[in-house]
Ligand binder design. Structure first.
Ligand code: PAF
Length: 285
């Protein structure tokens, strides 16, 4: 695996892959890698001869400087995991190369970025869209792979790639879960044992919603059941619950009290001690 610490180095690596006639899949990360990231690498490997990853803790997508400071940094373990997963090259750039002196260009989806998680984390999706555009321009892949767990992020990136005619296929990869159902996340290592156990209420709530959808319960009843499942867990504080149309994230068209008649994307966020976790599922009648 080629370890590239500059834009020029990764461009050389990708040019080498192209010269040999290979297609390139990209997995962008902020490091602190876990099996969920490896499932993105595996999906990229299934689609392309060569896989490029990036590790960059992007300062512009953090609202709280403390969150940026305490974000886990585990470079040598990350490199070992990427190598074992068969990644061909990794870019670990410096922030001042990604955001050069005088940098003033941003990329922003207008509606998608302002709603839901974006409404409580102003600027977050602007930071994501901007850095992902830069990473796409640097590596010029054929396709890029993102986790469905960050559902709104995935929709923002899809919209941006379509609107800006980037010519890069955006693939969503299903959320990987621990055996007990907890969605894999770089934040899970910061949970105490008690909060780790409590966090299972998220997947429990989503499982319950999925069963209710199969029985065509109304959106209002499904929402009430999710809220009740989280409220039953004293260590959890529900910070966000959105039930919206998949992909567009638009409000549901159907009446909240009628039997479920359209697919719904459910996005939940909840606080467990110091740690904010998110989980997501698409359900359908
Ligand atoms: O999902 C992430 O890890 C980040 O938001 C991303 C896409 C790498 C952009 O910094």
């Amino acid at each position: 695996m080629q370890i590239c610490r500059s834009i020029a180095a990764i461009r050389d690596a990708v040019a080498g892959f192209r010269a040999e006639g290979h297609g390139v899949g990209l997995v962008t990360t902020m490091g602190a890698l876990h099996e969920g990231h490896m499932s993105l690498v595996a999906a990229a490997k299934r689609g392309h001869d060569r896989v490029v990853a990036t590790i960059f803790v992007n300062p512009t997508q953090f609202g709280d400087p403390k969150d940026l400071e305490t974000y886990p940094r585990t470079e040598s373990a990350d490199l070992a995991m990427l190598e074992a997963a068969g990644c061909d090259a990794v870019l670990i750039p410096r922030a001042d190369e990604i955001y050069p002196q005088g940098d003033e260009t941003i990329v922003e989806t207008q509606n998608l970025a302002m709603r839901l998680h974006g409404a409580v984390r102003p600027g977050h999706f602007r930071g994501v869209a901007t850095v992902v555009t830069k990473l796409f321009n640097i590596t010029r892949p054929d396709a890029a792979y993102f986790g469905e767990k960050d559902y709104q992020q995935l929709q923002v990136i899809r919209r941006m790639a379509t609107d800006l005619h980037m010519g890069i296929d955006i693939h969503g990869v299903p959320t990987l879960r621990e055996a007990d159902g907890l969605a894999m996340s770089s934040r899970n290592v910061r949970l105490t044992a008690e909060n780790r156990a409590a966090a299972l209420c998220l997947s429990r709530a989503l499982d319950r919603a999925e069963r209710m959808a199969a029985e065509r319960a109304s959106p209002a009843r499904i929402e009430a059941a999710i809220r009740a499942t989280i409220a039953d867990e004293p260590r959890a504080t529900l910070t966000g619950l959105d039930m919206v149309a998949p992909e567009s994230l638009a409000p549901l068209r159907q009446s909240p009290d009628a039997p479920l008649s359209e697919p719904i994307a459910i996005m939940i966020s909840a606080q467990f001690g110091e740690v904010l976790l998110i989980d997501q599922r698409e359900i359908a009648p």
